[in-house]
Design a protein around this ligand. Sequence first.
Ligand code: BGC
Length: 534
Amino acid sequence: MSPVPTWYQTAVFYELYVRAFQDSNGDGNGDLRGAIQRLDHLADLGVTCLWLLPTFPSPLVDDGYDIADYFGVHADYGTVEDFRALVEAAHARGMRVIADLVMNHTSDQHPWFQASRRREAPYDDYYVWSDTDQKYEDARIIFLDTEPSNWTWDKVRGQYFWHRFYRQQPDLNFDNPAVQQAMFDIARFWMGLGLDGFRADAVPYLIEREGTNCENLPETHAYLKQLRAFMDAEYPEAILLCEANQWPEDVRPYFGGDPDDPTVLGDEFHMGFHFPVMPRLYMALKRGDRTPVVEIMGRTPSIPVNCQWCMFLRNHDELTLEMVTEEERHWMWREYAPEARMRLNLGIRRRLAPLLDNDRRKIELLNSLLFTLPGSPIIYYGDEIGMGDDIWLHDRNGVRTPMQWDGSANAGFSDADSLYAPVISDEVFGYQRVNVVAQKADPASLYHTLRRFIAAYKSQPALALGDLRFLDHPDPALLAFERSYEGKTVLCLHNLGEHDVRVAVPDGQDMLADAPVSAGEVSLPAYGYRWLIQ
Ligand code: BGC
């Protein structure tokens, strides 16, 4: 008997980048008060949980994932009280809020690191120091374009320090019980502001061991289980969402429980991103062949009944191609990132709409898969209106440009003369054309399509909670599957090809058109999709 589904298993998430959302004080940066002013847009869309990107004091070398103070808010974004007000305002509109918990590393400007380099107690052992840079050589480098090594020499201490990301982000030493405890204190502080949980950043890398690739180690899992036990004891309604960019079989242990028995409750993370399915959605679409999606879902283990995957099409990072083969990566780069500037590390720094040639049919098709495959959907801010990108901006900033609210100056984002990043203003994706006000006024817009998806998704628990069964069809362009839950089945049909596909269906109801469908053959046009409930 399954437990009663909990809120996160049926949630619709929205990834909100505070800096890009709304500037309330005219300084050119979005801020927490500005985000509050825009919450009605998200409630109207049907979002049920916000995920806030980091808003901590930070030198912003990694856009806030380099934290200089875990107990504050960056002055550009407001104050801790503003943070509390944002959480309360979201709650008042029926939306929950989770935020990033960045455990693996701090900024090199964090006082802990400054004290550690001077070997000051008790921070001496807060980071991973070594006399040699020859340790842990089996660990890959993640920010390949920038970092030649995971070790950087610190002349103050006269030792190397370990970092999985930028050299300005030294890794904390999770073998140190004081660090382990400090993270609980940080979690408690933010939960005290009313949060509903955390997206735990970069968790595979917490602990290092010689002779391993330093990812997903048993010691890391042991600590994460302690974190979960702490959260369950103090905040039983809250969730932990795991960011582990790994193969499905390596993500499975992050849910905990018993790998052979999904009825045993998970005791590590409530949720985990499904990274590998994401590039395969793009691959399947470009090839007009369902195989990559069917294969990766077939390789996805079942998870405990109290857990849920998180699905996404894009996020604030490059579209990662770490979880594909080398050959597939090069194929993806050729197809989706023909210009060198579109590539970054092992990925592609482009947004959803430009990746899909701004073809409304393809954008809807991938969104349809986002809402019908297992896992809670996450919408990346701006993708609900098909925003564009600026590949010429530094690092991943090109997919983090100001939200396009209306056709007025600065897209209605800010009154300032100069913004943290330029608004997109090209002919195709410019705010003059692509903005929230215009799309709300047009019942045929992408915004309204997504709004209908969300309403339909919420009306039918099978889409969130149902079992998955793929159907066979002679045409590889047809990606058809059933989602079944408590006697209801939704048949989801997707045509990945540019030709019509005919498929036999039973009697049912078209959930999106809200019209009956009689048994017989239906024809799906190029990139067409249907959600049929029986
Ligand atoms: C975040 C990135 C960040 C990295 C290091 C990732 O998981 O999504 O934006 O650069 O962690 O904190």
